[in-house]
Design a protein around this ligand. Structure first.
Ligand code: GLN
Length: 548
């Protein structure tokens, strides 16, 4: 008989932002380190069908998968911590579940029966969980929201039923709570945890393991108390202590015996975990030989969650160069009035990230200009590439009013525009669109192939000819201007295999100036930094040394 897939459900109590996503990812990393194959799924209680159209101010970054899903940023953690192949089926929202049930109802699939939360919605949720279970040893399912929320009830009911459906020995419930230290009393308080577990038990779920988020290790006495009140064994009370570096979380959990407890409770036999790579990474992270400062010139500077993958990719690039990366977030609107040098002179590298809308565009163009003229390493990602092209067209190629038609529909030189027809290499079909096309359907999303030119910065970084990177944008480089820009020293180092779409640009006679139409940050890993981030940080470091 085939080995049964095991399921771990991770819920959160007391308050949000305790790090459920990271905890789920770290559990995945630990199980992988024991030789098991895992996948991680997130069930989100909100009603949006996907997070693609949600405001990054409210929701943080939109993470893009190879298969083009616009998903929750926690999926980024899952990919950075494990080797799981994450795609559309790894993120379901209430909206997506209801959408599917309502579509079926409209098609008459329920044969006129009354469609209800139980069993129709809960069945749909359970089927969604099973969609990712094929071929893996363990499925980790993170339930968004906090116990006590009205929205998450159908998900909790579904996972409660799940244990009965697939067998007690195949399901584990892990609950993440807060154990705060109250300074005036001089002690750690367990009451919020007790209440949260009580609430969970009221729904019919008895947690098997408690992850207690705290700023200090829980004593044996505290663990015993929590165990008694929450009806778990003492060794199932795990200290989830705050850490300086998120990649330390698997190590902290391991020292607390979490992975050993999980495999014991799920009755899985595995080898001892191999965590050397994680240990080495954390060591390097905490005592690097070098340091650089990178300015990120963007829109969401107050909310760094909006650039989650970007920040992580920069740190990974740092580690690959034995280097700490200090991030300086610069609001692009502040540099619009020619104050670039004042805001950017502390930076050894300048990065303009992806973005939408006209706000702060001229400031970003100033930043690209400052980097080009002062020979500071420049990395433009998606919008950041488009900005670099506009700056170059205006100030080097003499096309003074050049712009993207996203920002100026009437520009005489639309160097970036909505391409009306191109070959989609993913589907092999000719794609067409015009200004009237619906917004939602016109994004180039997910993985697309790209071919690199030799003797370029891009080729030097990847050391390969063919690459694949993830996209999320609507506008493209306008090939009508290619020759003109090339004559002036722009290098088109990455193109779609058909040659239709510009994927990477560089400029000659600059230490490191590169823009890419895709989002490389989504594919960077702690132990395997993305080539472009590795070489960008290397260039920033060289820039720093040359200044000293
Ligand atoms: N707004 C630009 C476009 O749609 C860039 C998008 C992005 O940076 N992700 O093409």
């Amino acid at each position: 008989m085939a080995k049964a897939t095991k399921f771990i459900f991770v819920t959160g109590g007391v308050l949000s932002s305790l790090g459920k996503g990271l905890a789920s990812a770290a559990i995945g990393a630990l199980l992988e380190s024991r030789g098991l194959s895992v996948t991680i799924q997130k069930l989100d209680p909100y009603i949006n069908v996907d997070p693609g159209t949600m405001n990054p101010f409210q929701h943080g970054e939109v993470f893009v998968t190879d298969d083009g899903a616009e998903s929750d940023l926690d999926l980024g953690h899952y990919e950075r911590f494990t080797h799981a192949v994450i795609g559309k089926n790894n993120n379901f929202t209430t909206g997506k579940i209801y959408y599917s049930v309502i579509t079926k109802e409209r098609q008459g699939d329920y044969l006129g029966g009354t469609v209800q939360v139980i069993p129709h919605i809960t069945d749909e949720i359970k089927n969604s969980i099973k969609l990712v279970a094929d071929g893996v040893d363990v499925v980790i399912v993170e339930i968004g929201g906090t116990i006590g929320d009205i929205e998450s009830l159908p998900f909790l009911e579904a996972i409660r039923q799940f244990r009965t459906d697939v067998g007690k020995e195949n399901v584990l419930y892990i609950h993440l709570t807060l154990v705060p230290y109250i300074g005036t009393a001089g002690e750690l308080k367990t009451k919020p945890t007790q209440h949260s577990v009580k609430e969970l038990r009221g729904i019919g779920i008895q947690p098997d393991i408690l992850l207690c988020r705290t700023d200090r290790y829980l004593s044996d006495d505290i663990k015993r108390k929590i165990a008694l009140f929450c009806n778990v064994s003492k060794d199932a009370v795990i200290t989830a202590k705050d850490v300086d570096c998120i990649y330390e979380v698997p190590l902290v959990f391991h020292r607390e015996g979490l992975d050993a407890k999980i495999v014991e409770l799920l009755n899985i036999w595995t080898r001892e975990p191999r965590l050397e790579a994680w240990e080495n990474f954390v060591k390097k992270y905490s005592s690097p030989q070098n340091e650089v400062s990178i300015a990120i010139v963007g829109k969401y500077v107050d909310l760094t969650e909006s650039y989650k993958s970007l920040n992580e990719a920069l740190y990974h690039g740092g580690i690959a160069n034995d280097c700490r990366v200090n991030l300086i977030f610069v609001d692009s609107e502040q540099v619009e009035d020619g104050t670039c040098s004042q805001h950017l002179n502390r930076a050894e590298g300048i990065l303009v990230p992806g973005g939408f809308g006209t706000r702060g565009i001229e400031g970003k163009i100033c930043a690209a200009n400052y980097a080009r003229v002062n020979r500071i390493p420049y990395f433009g990602i998606c919008l950041g590439m488009q900005i670099a092209v506009i700056e170059f067209a205006r100030n080097v190629a003499g096309l003074a009013a050049a712009n993207s038609s996203e920002f100026d529909e009437n520009t005489p030189y639309p160097v970036i525009y909505l391409m009306t027809e191109w070959l989609d290499e993913k589907t092999g079909t000719i794609q067409k669109r015009d200004v009237n096309s619906a917004k939602g359907a016109t994004m180039r999303l997910g993985a697309y192939p790209c071919r690199l030119e030799s003797d370029t910065l891009a080729h030097d970084a990847y050391r390969r000819e063919n690459i694949s990177e993830r996209h999320r944008h609507r506008y493209e480089f306008n090939n009508a201007f290619k020759e003109k820009l090339m004559e002036n020293g722009m290098v088109f180092s990455g193109m779609s295999p058909s040659g239709d779409l510009v994927e990477i640009i560089e400029i000659k006679n600059h230490p490191w100036f590169l823009g890419c139409q895709f989002h490389p940050e989504f594919k960077s890993r702690p132990m395997n930094a993305h080539p472009l981030f590795r070489t960008f940080i290397r260039a920033a470091l060289e820039n720093k040394r040359s200044r000293e």
